[in-house]
Design a protein around this ligand. Structure first.
Ligand SMILES: Nc1ncnc2c1ncn2[C@@H]1O[C@H](COP(=O)(O)OP(=O)(O)OP(=O)(O)O)[C@@H](O)[C@H]1O
Ligand SMILES: [Mn+2]
Length: 273
């Protein structure tokens, strides 16, 4: 009878690339030391390049959802021409806390592609700003506002143009302040103000430009999924008229969605983060 190793060797056979997600140094070194001619290319995907990997894709969020983590890594590797369309990619990741404990074989093709990498890396706003706004939206989605579900709309990047395509619903509490997303006090303020109508406008560098903005983009040709209402339509449409990214928390279904260039590019469930 064949051993488990024989059965499972299919999983790694003829792989074009191996993606190591946040490997320990010793785990990574084993791969590099063995690197013979026929071995797959090794790409490290992690928050920081602690292991001094030659080929590295930066992970801006931990992505507890392993599918999102893998998608991000593969899309990043494709963007850097480390992985090509149709390649067999073996991903080695940690699913539970601790070391690398899972092997996932994926073909790098259309079905894997969600735009998650593009969203973080190629948005006009800095990736850390996108990440910080996502974190506020995810936390709001998890906890709600005093236990009740709450919705929110953040328009991130290209703030000057966004301001030109919107108008105030009320006085702007951020008028003369110079505060940035990611600052803990600001996150408390954002959560507090999310009870109120309209959108938050955030600059490329993360400065909160305004709250209570009513967005007035042209909505022709914006194709958002059926069932989503005015908040999502406005969020989607503003990203077609400007180079902003919209991050929207839905009060009705609790999901966080991102829009770029008028299209839905990412949908995540805060409960999975
Ligand atoms: N053009 C707009 N600009 C800014 N905010 C808007 C705009 N349209 C709607 N909103 C905000 O979205 C809120 C919810 O509107 P609506 O229920 O139609 O949106 P939705 O897409 O169904 O979102 P949800 O899933 O959170 O209900 C409104 O109370 C308002 O605060
Ligand atoms: Mn609604």
């Amino acid at each position: 009878m064949a051993s488990l190793t024989d059965h499972l060797s299919d999983l790694v056979e003829d792989a074009d690339a191996a993606l190591l997600f946040s490997p320990t140094s010793s785990f990574h070194d084993r791969f590099v030391d063995d690197g013979g001619g026929d071995d797959p290319d090794v790409v490290v995907v992690a928050p920081d390049n602690d292991v001094d990997a030659e080929v590295f894709v930066e992970l801006p969020l931990p992505f507890d959802n392993v599918k999102d983590r893998i998608r991000f890594g593969i899309e990043g590797a494709m963007d850097a021409d480390l992985v090509a369309e149709g390649d067999a990619v073996v991903c080695i990741a940690s699913v539970f806390d601790g070391g690398s404990d899972a092997v996932v074989r994926v073909t790098a093709d259309e079905t894997i592609h969600t735009g998650i990498y593009d969203l973080f890396v190629n948005s006009r706003a800095e990736p850390s700003v996108i990440r910080d706004v996502f974190e506020v939206a995810i936390e709001l989605g998890k906890k709600g506002q005093k236990g009740k579900p709450v919705g929110a709309l953040f328009v991130v990047g290209d703030a000057g143009k966004v301001m030109n395509k919107s108008r105030p619903l009320s006085y702007n509490p951020f008028e003369k302040s110079h505060v940035h997303v990611g600052d803990p006090i600001v996150n408390v303020m954002l959560k507090e103000f999310s009870r109120l109508d309209g959108a938050f406008v955030v600059s490329d560098s993360g400065k909160i430009v305004s709250a209570y903005r009513y967005l007035e983009p042209g909505a022709e040709g914006v194709d958002i999924p059926k069932g989503l209402g005015a908040r999502h339509m406005a969020g989607g449409a503003i990203t077609r008229d400007t180079n902003a990214t919209a991050i929207v928390l839905s009060e009705s279904d609790g999901l966080v969605r991102a829009f770029k260039a008028g299209e839905l590019v990412l949908e995540i469930d805060p409960e999975e983060y």
